[in-house]
Design a protein around this ligand. Sequence first.
Ligand code: SF4
Length: 137
Amino acid sequence: MKKNEDKLCPSYYAKPGAELYGVVNKSGFIDYLQSTIEIDETFVEEANKGRDPEKRFRFAGSCAKSGCAQWNTGKKGCGLIDKVIDIVDNEEKTTLQHCPIRSQCRWYAQRQGLACAQCSDIIRKLEMKALEGEGIV
Ligand code: SF4
């Protein structure tokens, strides 16, 4: 178990030791696993044979804080979730979906349920926004 102050980045990449916690379903939303699965080298090798694993799964790993380009030094927090909330723009729900990493999630620690309201939509909506930006849809 990690120390309380050690948060998990919920937008981590597929590398051995990362925690798999969600799978992108056919509608492009995230199905959250009951509990996390630590991935190994074999998983990473297999997953990299298809589309980018980060587009098909969600992984968590130790938040690198100031070692990450997304870290907002002034706010002493992850800047990515603030951008995601602005772009995806979902309203906070009264009930939170199940998520196996919530107690240690960096985004939840910073923005609570508002972060979770965007989370399942991230890959789907951000891809749509990217397509809109390119004039494709
Ligand atoms: S933002 Fe919420 S739903 Fe998403 S990974 Fe963190 S705790 Fe889970």
